[in-house]
Every structure is written in C-alpha cells, then in structure tokens.
Design a protein around this ligand. Sequence first.
Ligand code: AMP
Ligand code: MG
Length: 479
Amino acid sequence: MKFSQLKLTTPYLKHEALFFDKVQPTPLAKPFIISVSQDAAKLLGVDEDLLDDAMLLDIVNGSQKLEGSEPFAMCYAGHQFGYFVARLGDGRAINLGKVNGQNLQLKGSGLTLYSRLGDGRAVLRSSIREYLMSEAMHGLGISTSRALALIGSDTDVARERWEKGAIVLRLSPTWVRFGTFEYFNASREPKMIQDLADYVIEESFAHLKGVEGCYLKMYAEIVKNTAQTIASWISVGFNHGVMNTDNMSIDGRTIDYGPFAFLDDYESYYICNHTDRDGRYSFKSQIGIGYSNLEKLAMAISPILHHEAALEVLAELYYQAYEEEYLKRMRKRFGLFQSDDEDKFLINAMLGNLENAQIDYNLFFRELSRYDGDKSPILDIAVSREPLERCLDMYETRLQKETITQAQRQIKMLEVNPKYILKNHILQVAIDKAKTDDFSMVNDLLKVALNPFSEHKEHEYLCIATPQKFKNIKLSCSS
Ligand code: AMP
Ligand code: MG
C-alpha cells in the first residue's frame, strides 16, 4: 500500500461543532521533503517506499488531500505554568483524519481558529527537533507520538529573526489532551465532557466500553499510563520542559516536543526550558508535576464522576505505578536481575554519586554495561572520581548475588543502555547543517534514533561526550 492510497475517517467530527474548527491547511512556498520515517509509515499499513510516492510532499504540505480527509483543528484549554488559560487549541496543528488507529496531524500548516496571536507556523529548527525526538523516544521504548515526514520550505517565518517554515506530519492514536476536558469544564458543558469521555474510551480505552464505572476506570488508566511514561523519562534522562496540561496526552504518551533535553551530566533538578525560571518543570520535578496535572484532570472530569473517588484513585495508583516502572527500568539498566530489597538504595546512592562525579548520565550506563571489574573506563569519564569509585564497590558486591554470567549481563545491559542519545548539542549540529541545506545529518540521526542500542560504526561521531560549553544548557521556547 502506498501512502497516497490511504483512506481516512474523521470520527472526531461526529462531535458537536464546538469541539473543532474545520480549516484547510495553508501550504508553504516551494516545499521539499527533508526526511521520512518508513518505520512510522508501517503503523498506517504503508509498505511502499514513501520517497517513491509522488503525492507525499503535496499531502504533507496540505495542497493535496488523502481520500476521506476533512481537515480540522481541535480546541482545548490548559494550565500553563500553573495558570489556567481557558482557550488554547491547535493553533498551528491541523488534523487530517484517522487510519489504522493513528490520527494524522500536520504541525506548522497555518492559521486556525485557535491561533490567537500566533502565525500558525513552525520553524525548521523546532520541526527537526520534534521530528527526530518523536522517533528517538519510540526507539528508546518510550510511549510517544510519532513523526512520518518532515518538509522544509522557502516561506519566511518571523521569530527572534527570520527563519524558514517547516511542517511535520505527526501520528498519534489520540490527540485528546488533559486540556481538552478542561476546556469543556471551564465552559460548564457537562454533556460535552461526557461525550468527550465516551470518545476517549472508544479511541484509547476500548476495553472499558459499557463497563460499569467506566469513567473512573478510564481515569485510573490515565493515571497509570502517565506515571509509567514519566518513569520512563526519568530512567532515560529525558526532560520534557513544558508539562502544561495542554501538552499532556489523554493516553499518557509523550507529545508536543518543544525545549526538551536529555541530560548531559546527571543533574537531578536540571531545567531545560529557558522560560522556566523557577524550575517548575525541571528534571525530577516532572514526577510531582505529573501528579498535579492529574489532579487538574480529575477536577475537569468531576461533572461525570465522583471527584473524591478520582482523587483516591490518583493517590493510590500514581506513585505506586511510577515506582514500579522506574525500578523495573533502572534495575535493567544496572543489570540487576535478582530482586534485592536494597536495590532501591543502591540506585539512589549511585545517582547521588553520579551528580557529585559530574558524569554524562547515559555514557555512564553504556560504560557500566561493559563493566568487568575494572572501574577505570567509567571513572575516566567522570570529572570527580572518588565518590563514584566507592559506590561502584557497593555495586560490585551487589553483582555477586546475580546468577547470570558477566558476559550474559553485559549483553542484556547493552540492549537497554543506549549508545545513541540525541542530546541537544548533537541536534544543534544537525540544525546548523540543515540551515545550509545539508539535511544528511537529520537522516543519520533518524537512523540511530530508531535503533539506539546498536553500534552503527559509521555514525560513531554522534555519540561523543557533550563539550563542556554545551552541557546542560537551557533552550528557548520559541518555535
Ligand atoms: P506549545 O507551547 O507549543 O504547546 O503551544 C501552546 C499553545 O500555543 C498551543 O495552543 C499552540 O497551538 C499555540 N501556538 C504555539 N505556537 C503557535 C504559533 N506559531 N501559531 C499559532 N499558535 C501557536
Ligand atoms: Mg502544545
């Protein structure tokens, strides 16, 4: 099946007109394809090469339509940095329709009813970041929206300086956000909240259809999924940067990649977003913010369920689901397969020491995956060796309890500790090259992003330690 042969449906348009704005994309000037993810296309049932499809560019640019497509933008509200904004919505995203359980959405495709003061555009730099990171998170085994194609153009877009406009074709099983419920709660529309909840159950939690107490059960699933996704972020060192409730997917997956970052050196309260002066969305704060965003969701759906019961579910489930997922992932990262009550202590002690040692978080785990009793390859990448050395002694003792061989442990650890992490300094090189019309690195990064645990000898240069001046820098929100 070719991409251009897909037939879309638009179940979201069955809602009342208040839910959306039927709007046509505004194509970019002189568009061209920068990169495609054949892997993402498989989700749609596409098995023919995207680059052989003459219509792909026009469809992503919005100048041609897939059969059945009826473009629309969705409305939503949201708590932005703690403050409620009653009317947000897809200001620069336009949904095309759905196929194979995936909703296709263009980001950067022009004005909608919800654009407010924006221009409906996305610049090349931020589109490269979103495109690559969607695929990288998938490669790392983290629940996320996907990106099928990235196109560039000759359209000028005004930011701090003039930049070029781009569009990413994103895919997600749902584009409903916590903020979508908040929108209808703020406009005091209980009937709409119920309609939306029924839609979410149909789209994301079909096993709850017709089940007694389904809204509370739906909420419980959202709590669990959100906690698990945040646990996966913390274990891999991902900082989202803008965890506003409008950027929280209702099925808990990672969406809306903005000024995100992977940790360079381990720093528990690292802030990646330049605008986030108080560190509201700093690395470890993400755990508590997930909880408080779920409180806001509980409030937004309170017209259709018992609010106190939802809060009880949240209190009971959230940290339990978080801990379980986090420990599961971290124990694998450390190569600990026998369970030991002291493991949590060991993990925390090691992280504290990583922070003191000033060591690249993911490089540490990649080196640890080859640990054979000789600590020097690990200590050599730390600025301060001593505290880490003592903690590695503890680790060595703990390894004695394992029953698998050292070689088996190393293989298993190399399968979960990525060699390739798209840290910001690497993304920036790809962006700088793209600005000179050299998109080769975007495609190189896509390749390693989708397969980050393998060696890729030809791309070894992509996994260097972050140069000192680029370590744990903050990024601007402008995109
Ligand atoms: P974000 O911070 O990207 O999640 O965006 C927050 C809100 O602002 C969303 O409703 C976006 O659709 C909207 N927005 C961001 N940038 C633009 C833009 N250039 N044009 C129109 N709306 C935008
Ligand atoms: Mg957003």
